[in-house]
Design a protein around this ligand. Sequence first.
Ligand SMILES: *[C@@H]1O[C@H](CO)[C@@H](O)[C@H](O)[C@H]1NC(C)=O
Ligand SMILES: *[C@@H]1O[C@H](CO)[C@@H](O)[C@H](O)[C@H]1NC(C)=O
Ligand SMILES: *[C@@H]1O[C@H](CO)[C@@H](O)[C@H](O)[C@H]1NC(C)=O
Ligand SMILES: *[C@@H]1O[C@H](CO)[C@@H](O)[C@H](O)[C@H]1NC(C)=O
Length: 402
Amino acid sequence: MESSRLVTVLLQNFSIFFLFTCVVKARPYTNVFNVLKYGAVADGKTDCSKAFWTAWTDACAWNGGGTVLIPKGNYLVGPTTFKGPCKGPIDFQIQGVVNAPSDLSKFKDYSYDWIRFQYVNGLYVGGGGTFHGHGSSAWSHNDCNKNKNCRFLPISIRFDFINYGTVEGIYSVDSKSFHINIFNCNNMKFNYITITAPEDSPNTDGIHIGDSSFISISHSNIGTGDDCISFGAGSNNIHVTNVTCGPGHGISVGSLGKIPKEGNVVGLIVRNCTFIGTSNGVRIKTWGTSNTNFVYNITFEDIFMNNVYNPIFIDQEYCPNSSCNDQTPSKVLIKDVHYRNIWGTSSSKVAVNFVCSRSLPCQKIEVKDIYLPYNGNDGQASANCLNVRGYTVGKQLPKIRL
Ligand SMILES: *[C@@H]1O[C@H](CO)[C@@H](O)[C@H](O)[C@H]1NC(C)=O
Ligand SMILES: *[C@@H]1O[C@H](CO)[C@@H](O)[C@H](O)[C@H]1NC(C)=O
Ligand SMILES: *[C@@H]1O[C@H](CO)[C@@H](O)[C@H](O)[C@H]1NC(C)=O
Ligand SMILES: *[C@@H]1O[C@H](CO)[C@@H](O)[C@H](O)[C@H]1NC(C)=O
C-alpha cells in the first residue's frame, strides 16, 4: 500500500472511530432528566415529590430509556410511586440525599410506603446517594402487638414487579419500618448497599424478599434494629455473599406458616458473610400453625459469627407474642439445609439450637466444620437438637448429635 493512501485510510478510520465515540458518549446526555429542571429545590424543605415524579414520567416515556438525575443536595420527597412499564431501561441516579417527611400523616396506609419502583424491566438505581427515612419520628408508634388501631408505618424503598434490576452503592438510613422490600421481582442484584438504623429501632429490617427469584445481594453492610436480610414466602434462587450484618437480628428465613397457601423458600445460598453482635446468626423460623409449606435446598457457608447470641438457630415454635398457640406443631417441612464452615463466638451457651417440629422433623440437615465457643466464663457452648434428622461432617464445637 502506498504510504499516503495508508495515511488517508488511517485518518478515515480514526475519524469514524472518533465520530462513533462522540455519538456513544453524547447520547446519554440527551435523555437525562434532572429533577432540578423540574422544579425540585435542594433545600431539604421544599416538597419535591411532583418534580421527582414528573422527571421519572418523562424518563420512562423516552424511547430507549432515560436517566433520572438527582444531583447532590437535600430533597424532601413524600410517598411517591415510580411506575412502569417504561419505553426502555431506567437509570435512577441518586447523588444527593432524599429525605422522607417526618410527619406520619403523610403516610395514610400501605399504599403510602415511601419510595416505590414498580413494573419496570431494566432498572438501575445508583449514584452513591442516600434515602433517609427519618424513622425516629415513627418508632414510638410501632405498637401493633398491643394496639389494634396502631398507625401504619411505611417501608422506605419498595421494588415491586421489577425484572432485571441493579441497585448499587446507595445508602438507606433510619427507615420508619423496613428499609428495602423486594416483592415479585426477578433477576435483581444489590451490591455495595449500606443500611443503618439504631439497634433499638423496631421493625427496621434491612432487606426483605418475598415471591421473588434470582436475587443476589453482595458486598453490603447492614446494621438495624431487626432482621438484616429476611427471606419470606416464595423466595427462590437467592444468593447472599460478602454481607456484614450487625447490629440486628441476623439473616432469617421466614417467618413462615402464619398465612395459609404461602410459597416455598427454595434454593438459598448465604456465603462469606460476617455477623457482629447480632441476636441471631442464620435462623429459620416458622409459626406453630397447621399451614403447610416447604423450606429446602438452603446453604449457609463460610460464615464468621462475632459475639452472636443464637449463631445457628431453627425455631419452629416461633411466637413473638403470646397471641399464637405454640402448642401446635409446625407443618412447615425444613429439608436439605447445609451449615458449613461457621466459626467465631457465641454470646449464649446454646450456640446451635435446632427446635424442629414434632409432627414434621427437619430432614437432611448437614452440619460441617463448625467452631462456635461460648465467650462467657460461666460455662461452655452446647447444642440443642429437637426433632432433627441429618448428619455431621468434620469438626464440631459444640458437639452435635443428630
Ligand atoms: C403478634 O405479633 C405479630 C408479629 O409481630 C403481629 O403481627 C400480630 O399482630 C400480634 N398479634 C397480637 C394479637 O398482638
Ligand atoms: C467477596 O469479596 C472479595 C473481596 O472483594 C472477593 O474477592 C470475593 O470474590 C467475594 N466473594 C464472593 C463469594 O463474592
Ligand atoms: C469474603 O469476604 C471478605 C470481606 O468481607 C473478603 O475479604 C474475602 O476475600 C472474601 N472471601 C471469599 C472467599 O469470598
Ligand atoms: C440449590 O440452590 C442453589 C442456589 O439457588 C442452586 O444453584 C442449586 O441448583 C439448587 N440445587 C438443587 C438440587 O436444586
